[in-house]
Structure formats: structure tokens, C-alpha cells
Ligand binder design. Sequence first.
Ligand SMILES: *Cc1c(COP(=O)(O)O)cnc(C)c1O
Length: 382
Amino acid sequence: MSERYYRDTLVHVDLESIHHNYKMIGSKHPDKTFIAVVKADSYGLGSDKVAHYLSERGVGYFAVATLDEAIDLRMHGIKDKILVLGIIRPEDINKAIQHRIAITAQGIEWVKEAKAHVDDKYEKEVWIHIKVNTGMNRYGTKNIEEIKEMIEEINTFERFIYEGIFSHLTSADMDNESTEMEMSAFKNVIGQVETPEYVHIQNSAGALCYDGDFCNAMRIGISLYGYYPSPFVESTSSIDLKPAIDLTAKVAAVHNLKSGESVSYGRTYTAESDETIATLPIGYADGFIRARTGSKVEINGHQCPVVGRVCMDSVMVKVPADVKVGDEAYLINKNPDSPQSMDIYSDYTETIPYESLTLLSKRIPRYYQGEDVHFVYNEVLK
Ligand SMILES: *Cc1c(COP(=O)(O)O)cnc(C)c1O
């Protein structure tokens, strides 16, 4: 782990906010196992840092999308349970066994193939969660006979443990009837088959807006990081989330332009009077995408528009005349009422917090702050 960084652009990760969100969502569902979804590097926030912090504060189950992500967590010393939500290759089953990782079964063919690949090198069992398709039509099966066959196949093989059954909601972030339909389809399946230790369907939106009391676990991603899955969820839910990140950069250069002079590639922006232009050391390679031209950043309390084309490594903003090199700019502000809030930041490019977060590239050092934690992690000089 390197604390060296030589660039004044930072993603500030507030681990106590994440802890707060875990407690808030957990207190609405005190009887459910909290499965913290830390896929995609914890939505860009840093999965091993987030997982370690939460592990020390009561979370005992994590979920990721791929086997690679699960192994990465093990390599970083995470000893808690980990579930891979995506589908692993049947021939990679021994890797899951070796690293003690729970996996998802999407159908009887998959179970049979995986079983055929189990070898005796690691004489241990593997935990399996059966994926039920209730309308997402991404992974899993809705065929009840097939699900029964899968359970039978798993239960009759000593190396397999039937640990979970789950589904995934398509529309819990919207105001419509799909969620009720999908929940009752899942409940109907549960009622007809042997139930394992963990039964789960709720994602963040499902947990914020519904009780789902026939389930005993839930998988929470975006809201753990302090963001509502949609404005609908925010207005429906009584849970008060704390956004976890700020994105800041420090002014690296200031140019005084005369009327008629232009800015950046293609000279697409031309000063109409004498103007001050500040350069910030962040660009599209950092996830500050080209479509952000025209959006605003905050410097010394002023709202400053991005002018000209966004470059790979830098961006220019129009600023008041007194802005100096070294002044700090907020590009994303964890205050939900700020003009740089995650919602406004995402809306500007017609996207959602999920995508905005995961776009923030690993080139930006992460500055972690928490109860007993205070350090910078720089992936570039790791
Ligand atoms: C990503 C994911 C989640 C978490 O969803 P959020 O909306 O971020 O809470 C839960 N379950 C599955 C299967 C997922 O892929």
C-alpha cells in the first residue's frame, strides 16, 4: 500500500458515512443478514478498504460480481463470507473451493458441469446459491422442477452445500407493480422447495422501500455508499443516507484571456470579454467525461462552468479573477444539497450515480477517512 501521490486530484472516501448507511439500512431490517455488495471495487470506492472497515464493524457477508473480485478480496485478507453473484465457469469451481467462496448456480446444466469438474486437490465443500429468474431474464431459472432438481443434485453431492436461494428485482427503484409481482413469484418458489440458510431478493431499492419479510438476507450496494437508487426511492424511503464521496482537484494554472482568445482543443470556446480561466488536473481518463463541458464545479464558493473540450488529463473552467493556483475545486460534493451533489453531477450526463461512481478511474488517488483510519491509497504507485 503506497501513500505516495503527487497529484492534487482526490476521491475522498468517508468510511464513517458508509458505516452510518450500513447501520441505518440494517436497523430497518434487524433480522436480515446484511450482504454488503462490494463488486466493481465497491462501486469505485475501493473494495478491500470498504470490506475491511465494515468487517470490523459487524458485516460478515460480502458479494461481488466475479470470481476474480472474490479472490482479490481474499488476497487482501478478507476472511468473511463472500458470494459471487455472477456466473463462474464450471471448470473454475476448484478456484472457488480453494478460496472458500460461495457461488451462484443458474441452472441444472451448470450444476452438473460444475460437479463433474470438482477435483480432490482441495478436499473442501463449496457453498451454492440458486438463482431464480423472476423477470430480469439475465441469469437463473424460473422452472420449479429444474430448481428442485438442482437442490437434489446439490444435496446428494458431499462437496456441495445448498446455502442460498435468491432472485434480483428489476424495478424496485420505480413506482410500479413489477416489484410486488417479482416478490410474490419468488415467494411462490420458496414455498415449494426446501429453503436453505439464506433467502434473498432485496437490493438497495428493495430494502429501502419494502419489508420483504419472507427473506432473511439482503444485498445492499449503492445505498451503502450513501446514494438512493432513484429520486423515487429517496422520496419513498424514510432512511437518511449519507453520501460517502467528494471529488476534488486543485487549480494547477490560471490564464488571463483577452476577448477573442479561445480555450482547449478545437478552440470551441472563445472568451467574449477579458476572462480568467483555471486549469484543473482531471480529465476524461479519470472518469470526468467529455460530455461534462458546460457543467459546473465549485471554487471558493463560486459556481464555475467547464469551458472548451475536456482533455484526457485536464479541464479548464471559467473562474472569478481572484482564483489562484492551489485553490481547491469541488467536482462532486457529498452534501446532497450542493450543486455538485451526486444526483446533479449524474443528471448532467444523463446517467445514474452507479455509473458516475464506477467511471472514476483508478488513476485518482483515494483519500480514506474513518474512525481510526486516515490514509491515501494511490493505485498508480502501489
Ligand atoms: C449489483 C447487485 C446488487 C446491488 O444492487 P444495488 O442497487 O446497488 O443495491 C444486488 N444484487 C445483484 C444480483 C446485483 O448484481
